[in-house]
Design a protein around this ligand. Structure first.
Ligand code: GAL
Length: 831
């Protein structure tokens, strides 16, 4: 009996605890003795849903990653002191377990300051409001709170056996975040704080190495790492530390009123290949999936609800092609060289003029693996490697050469399809027929009459006054103008951001928004007492910079009146009443189960362009499995909910200006965040992601709170799907074409094997072509969800192009499989 118990216990241990020892040296992560390169991608669990996680993780794995990284978001987990939330999409334990089940490693970036374009960089606002606290420096109160939270997260991970030595996926942990970028502003106390962070982290005994990013003075055993668009020149501060690129920005984030930044696949691949050429060990794509800032989680100010980031997986979880595929091929090529790269015997020869050849050699077998790079911005080069052949290396690219002879990858030669995603209208062509709107006005009588819940004889900073429990803070005062000249004049109010709506005696007189601005408007006052109500609105709290946490928000003043003769009354030290939030929020009007159903009106005409209005409609779930978006064209600014789940703030009336967009962005030369822009002249964000799990198969409810006035008649649900695909692949490659998500290739619009010209959307035949290009491709691909094409004469026949290298250009349409089959049947019946 006793023996068999030991056997069972032993077996259980064997099954559950494939404990892994994590170690490293300058050339490799050493996991259970195996020397490895790490290809990791950031997926922030609260920026998607638990239902989306398995698919995102699978796509990351299919894309050649062996690790997933996430920050931990303190203010989401501890919204009030010691009241924790780890449920739903905050269940990071479940997230890491899924990572583990998929056979991937995990990287835990605790911070707990995270930046991340997340509200207030992840800090809870209650923390800022503790007397005597100073954030991110050597301050006892702050350090105590940071330690409590860090310990809590570590303990939860330990309890769930998530660290590698416990048999879990986590191989690295991070403390703080890019403190080195701003540390000098904190003087000596900053340096002391870094030491304390390191000691506190090490004392957590997590059993895996700790990293500190952008922290040149990180004390041992902390590994300092690099973040940026390029990190090939980075050197860790200790000879034994591996060279890690903890954030390779795959694109960039977007702000309200701005254009869409994007980064080309060629440049991103170049940056990664250069990094490994010069001794890199770990890369983490920030972001691999950007996702959505649900609720009030976006940072800022002014970060949009979409956090798509132009990442390899788009906001909805679709493959962003060609980026995803081009990186997948890069990972495959790097894997071929893994044993060479991780043993560290390499030599880099500079042949001048931006050409570098790095040769990795296996000390035992003498086998070789090479990187050949061309860092010129615009000069393509033919490099003669003598016995190892002639190699064409385009400007700003890296070739990876198997056995130093055969090009197995070049970062500028994309052999992956481009997918053009389209939004499809659902059902009825007439959009307005989708919805039967009901509405109600935000109840504001109390605040318009100056009634608040607390008062002060001063203008309060908004974070202090509201604890960030809502975007909205009411500032209310009154002024008696009897015996004065102030019946006509101007009202002004200085705000530190981001929106002010001003009401005088119950009437809206104007609205203004900005980072820091003065609201100014003509005003007519009545004899006697006048009520002045200012509604201040935040749009994401600042998340970056030294002392960012101290940046003020709200109506910080002065506030006053100016008469026609230019005399001023300063109202800043008046008696001010305050109220946090909207009555509609308190009454949970966004929740279809709220008890205040009688407030919704159906009988009168739907208000259009009316500020402070709530709209509600029922709707049926869009069929299929394609991701769903809500098109909010016509709406002004506000917040949207599906069945009580927030899908975030909307502000489609913020339009990006008309200049500076490029359809084609030259990947050559150093990238920076404003280099490649799209979406000029359009709303910064028109479509809002509605995760499928927010929708039921029965009746669903959409609620919109409109703050500045909008027209809901244009609002509609759409699905996102692959509309067409195109590709340009070189002779000798295997081209995979795929429509994804139950869609099939319904028609080949263009195919030419020879020397075709042009880009996606405008492809044309060149001077030579294999005659049967189109029909050959139709046979292989039409009707299929995906197909693999051997780009060679074997497939297409002779192209008669002489000695020139040939290529294949393709453009194909995608269609829902059911629709395709229906059409096919119709055609057959007709013939
Ligand atoms: C880094 C930061 C990330 C993110 C990124 C920009 O500085 O560590 O959290 O904010 O910039 O997307």
């Amino acid at each position: 009996m006793w023996n068999s118990w030991i056997l069972v216990a032993g077996l259980a241990l064997l099954c559950t605890s494939s404990a892994m020892q994590v170690d490293y040296d300058a050339n490799a992560m050493i996991i259970d003795g195996e020397r490895k390169l790490i290809f990791s991608g950031a997926i922030h669990y609260p920026r998607s849903t638990p239902e989306m996680w398995p698919d995102l993780i699978k796509k990351a794995k299919d894309g050649g990653l062996n690790a997933i990284e996430t920050y931990i978001f303190w203010n989401a987990h501890e919204p009030r002191p010691r009241q924790y939330n780890f449920s739903g999409n905050l269940d990071f334990i479940k997230f890491f377990k899924l990572v583990h089940e998929a056979g991937l490693y995990g990287i835990l970036r605790i911070g707990p300051y995270v930046c991340a374009e997340w509200n207030y960089g992840g800090f809870p606002v209650w923390l800022h409001n503790i007397d005597g606290i100073e954030l991110r420096t050597n301050n006892e109160i702050y350090k105590k709170e940071m330690q409590i939270f860090t310990t809590k997260i570590v303990e939860m991970c330990k309890e769930a056996n998530l660290f590698a030595p416990q048999g879990g996926p986590i191989i690295l942990s991070q403390i703080e975040n890019e403190y080195g970028n701003i540390m000098d502003k904190y003087k000596e106390k900053g340096k002391e704080y870094v030491k304390w962070c390191a000691e506190m982290a090490v004392a957590q005994n997590v059993g895996v190495p700790w990293i500190m990013c952008q922290q040149g003075d990180a004390p041992q055993p902390m590994i300092n790492t690099c973040n940026g668009f390029y990190c090939d020149q980075f050197k860790p501060n200790n000879q034994k530390s591996p060279k890690m690129f903890t954030e390779n920005w795959t694109g960039w984030f977007k702000k309200w009123g701005q254009k869409d930044p994007y980064r080309t696949a060629e440049d991103l691949a170049y940056s990664v290949a250069r990094f490994f050429q010069l001794g890199g060990v770990l890369i983490n794509y920030y972001m691999y999936h950007g996702g959505t800032n649900f609720g009030r989680t976006s940072g800022g100010p002014y970060i949009t609800t979409s956090y798509d980031y132009n990442a390899p997986l788009d906001e909805y979880g679709n493959l962003n092609q060609p980026k995803w595929g081009h990186l997948k091929q890069l990972h495959e090529a790097l894997r071929v060289g893994e044993k060479f790269l991780t043993n560290g015997t390499s030599e880099t020869k500079d042949s001048g003029d931006g050409i570098q050849l790095t040769t990795f050699t296996d000390g035992q077998t003498g086998e070789r693996f090479c990187f050949l790079s061309n860092t010129n911005n615009n000069k393509d080069v033919n490099v003669d490697l003598k016995d190892d052949g002639m190699h064409f290396v385009p400007a700003w690219s890296v070739s990876i050469l198997g056995a130093c002879k055969k090009e197995i990858y070049n970062s500028a030669k994309v052999n992956t399809q481009t997918s053009v995603m389209v939004k499809k209208q659902i059902g009825d062509e007439d959009k307005s027929a989708q919805f039967n709107w009901t509405w109600t006005l935000e109840p504001m009588r109390d605040t318009l009459e100056g009634k608040g819940t607390f008062s002060a004889n001063t203008l309060l900073e908004q974070k202090r006054a509201s604890d960030d429990l809502s975007d909205y803070l009411w500032y209310m005062t009154s002024v008696d103008i009897n015996g004065t000249s102030f019946n006509e004049g101007t009202i002004f109010a200085n705000s530190s951001g981001q929106v002010v709506h001003a009401y005088v005696n119950g009437r809206l007189i104007g609205t203004k928004s900005g980072y820091s601005f003065q609201f100014r408007n003509p005003v007519s006052l009545v004899p006697g007492r006048n009520n002045i109500t200012l509604l201040s609105v935040t749009v994401g709290l600042q998340n970056y910079g030294d002392h960012f946490d101290l940046g003020p928000e709200g109506v910080t003043g002065p506030v006053g009146l100016i008469d026609v003769g230019n005399k001023t009354i300063d109202l800043s030290s008046n008696a001010w009443n305050y109220k946090v939030g909207l009555n509609g929020e308190a009454k949970k009007l966004y929740d279809p189960n709220s008890p205040n159903l009688q407030l919704w009106r159906t009988s009168e005409e739907l208000p259009i362009g009316r500020p402070m209005t709530w709209y509600k409609t029922a709707f049926k779930a869009p069929s299929g499995t394609d991701p769903v978006v809500l098109d909010l064209m016509g709406m002004g600014k506000g917040h949207a909910w599906i069945n009580g789940n927030s899908i975030g703030r909307f502000w489609p009336s913020q339009i990006a200006d008309n200049n500076g967009c490029t359809d084609e962005c030259d990947y050559r030369g150093a990238y920076k965040e404003q280099k490649c822009l799209s979406n000029c002249g359009n709303p910064s964000q028109r479509w809002y992601h509605v995760p499928r799990s927010f929708i039921t198969s029965g009746t669903n409810f959409l609620v919109l709170f409109e703050e500045i006035g909008g027209d809901p008649s244009e609002v509609s649900f759409q699905t996102v799907t692959t509309g067409s695909i195109c590709a340009n692949a070189n002779e000798g490659s295997l081209l995979e074409l795929s429509c994804h998500g139950g869609n099939v290739i319904s028609k080949i619009e263009f195919a030419s094997y020879g020397n075709p010209k042009g880009r996606c959307g405008s492809l044309t035949k060149g001077s030579c072509e294999a005659e049967g290009s189109l029909s050959a491709l139709e046979k292989i691909c039409v009707g299929k969800e995906s197909c693999t094409v051997d780009v060679s004469e074997k497939t297409f026949g002779s192209a008669d192009c002489g000695e020139d290298k040939k290529s294949l250009a393709v453009e194909a349409l995608c269609e829902n499989q059911m629709v395709y089959l229906r059409e096919l049947k119709k055609k057959k019946n007709q013939s």
